[in-house]
Design a protein around this ligand. Structure first.
Ligand code: UDP
Length: 476
């Protein structure tokens, strides 16, 4: 059951009726009117009847919620009866902001009682939200229902967000599960609201099902995670961007590396690359494989900080900055096209120079001179890994102007349009690698089919070995 969107910060209600009414004054006139009508005129069934006729979204919400309740009723009815006999309150509730800012109490089964842990694990404690869907207070897909204190309805964006019913699953929640929830929750909610379609909702609901499998958090999210002997800096996307911007105005030149499963496999085989990763100023987790490794070793990877998602966000931040970029790598037409893409989409960004990545050793000195003469502080190198990272390590000390350099693999190919990127729904399911495999099976099968299996086997063997040696140490 795709039921996961209860507010993370939800608290047991402590608000009095007086406080509750006072709080309602901050909502929009439409919200207050709606609340009045609800209180005085309409019964629950009338609401359902009216809402069903209102639109397709509402119709499908009611149909799916009813179907789920019918299918689950053989489990739910005995469960509710068993819990009712226990004597303690059956339900707990939290005050949340509904459509048009109208608050309502969101119910769930009380898990501080018999079978509480099991209910939580099966997520059955959230089944009362289906009743909220039937009552028209919630939708199957929509922004997370938030605590009134979390939202300031005086802000235009917050009012726009509350123009739709809160949902059991949201786009933000889905992206959070896929570790690609870059930007604020409000931004992602508005993206959903501005592009909402019935087909889109259906896709989100379907994608929520596998996302639930990744749902349980690992034990800890330390600042650094060891993946097969490589130290990965557990940055969020925001932290990574800040690291780049801080480095770009710093005194010492720094190197940043992105690592995916293929890079880690290569680091196991190639000592030079492994040593470079150890020395690098930041090593960031790229892709679902690293995240799964974190789960296996019970170290949560906070976000999928890959270069391809980072690049447009970096451009956004550089829009009003004096800092400049140099793009090095890929074929001449590709690097030219990406410089054009940046100029078109982020006109404030200073591309101080660009050059293709097909040059020989005799041209190297000229390339270094060209980068230095450009005055760029941020250097992006796209030769494929580990070549790009080794090249940076070797030549960064020779570059007087560059403050931060990073290897970005096939990034230029994506933004130049040479290689289309996986559609958003595949990224939200963490299946971007499947799309790359489909695009270039001849080159990618070894990396993904073989490489992922080898990588995960190494991680599992490492985890089992560590566990058994820890147990021996405890008993020694
Ligand atoms: N490339 C380059 N010079 C070379 C070999 C490759 O500039 O001598 C470029 C190539 O055109 C492509 C990028 O390096 O744009 C490599 O992309 P790939 O997908 O292999 O990188 P990965 O994501 O595997 O690190």
């Amino acid at each position: 059951m795709p039921v996961e969107a209860t507010p993370a910060k939800a608290k047991t209600p402590t608000m009095s009726q007086h406080e509750f009414d006072g709080m309602c004054e901050q909502f929009s006139p439409a919200g207050l009117l709606q609340r009045k009508i609800r209180r005085n005129a309409l019964t629950g069934w009338w609401q359902i009847t009216l809402s069903v006729s209102a639109c397709g979204k509402r119709l499908s919400d009611v149909m799916v919620a009813s179907l789920l309740l019918i299918v689950l009723s053989p489990f739910l009815i005995p469960l509710v009866l068993a819990l009712a006999l226990d004597g303690r309150p059956l339900l707990t509730s939290t005050l949340v902001v509904g459509r048009w800012g109208v608050p309502f109490r969101l119910f769930e089964l009380n898990t501080k009682r018999k079978f509480g842990g099991l209910l939580r694990r099966l997520r059955l404690h959230r089944f009362p939200v289906l009743i909220h869907v039937l009552r028209g207070e919630m939708s199957l897909v929509g922004p997370r229902p938030v605590d009134p204190k979390e939202m300031d309805l005086r802000q235009q964006a917050a009012r726009q967000r509350s123009g739709v019913r809160p949902g059991l699953v949201s786009l933000w929640w889905l992206r959070q599960k896929a570790n690609i929830n870059f930007g604020t929750e409000l931004d992602i909610d508005l993206e959903y609201i501005n592009h909402q379609t019935t087909k889109g909702d259906f896709g989100i609901a379907l994608r929520a099902i596998p996302s639930l499998l990744y749902g349980v958090s690992a034990a800890t999210a330390p600042d650094r995670v060891d993946i097969l002997g490589i130290r990965v800096d557990n940055f969020t996307m925001d932290e990574a961007l800040q690291f780049i911007l801080d480095s770009a105005v710093g005194s010492a030149a720094r190197q940043l590396c992105f690592v995916n499963t293929d890079c880690i496999n290569k680091s196991v085989r190639e000592e030079k690359y492994r040593n470079l990763l150890h020395k690098s100023d930041a090593v960031l987790a790229d892709g679902i494989g690293i995240r799964i490794a974190g789960k296996i070793t019970r170290r949560e990877i906070r976000q999928n900080v890959n270069g391809t998602d980072l690049f447009p966000l970096l451009c956004q931040r550089l829009q009003r900055s004096e800092l400049g970029l140099f793009l090095l790598g890929a074929r001449p037409e590709v690097v030219g096209a990406i410089a054009e893409w940046v100029n078109k989409t982020h006109p404030g960004v200073r591309i101080k120079g660009y050059r293709d990545g097909y040059f020989d050793a005799t041209q190297e000195a000229a390339v270094l001179q060209e980068i230095d003469d450009s005055g760029a502080e941020i250097l992006l190198v796209a030769f494929g890994s580990p070549r790009q990272d080794l090249w940076i390590a070797e030549h960064l000390p020779q570059l007087a102007q560059v403050r931060i350099a990073m290897g970005v693999g096939g990034l230029f190919d994506f933004y130049s349009g040479r290689i289309p990127r996986a559609p958003q729904w595949m990224r939200e399911l963490s299946l971007e690698w499947v799309y790359r495999l489909y695009q270039e099976p001849g080159r990618m099968w070894r990396r993904y089919l073989l490489g992922n299996v080898v990588f995960l086997s190494r991680v599992v063997i490492g985890a089992v070995f560590r566990k058994s040696s820890n147990t021996k140490n405890v008993h020694a």
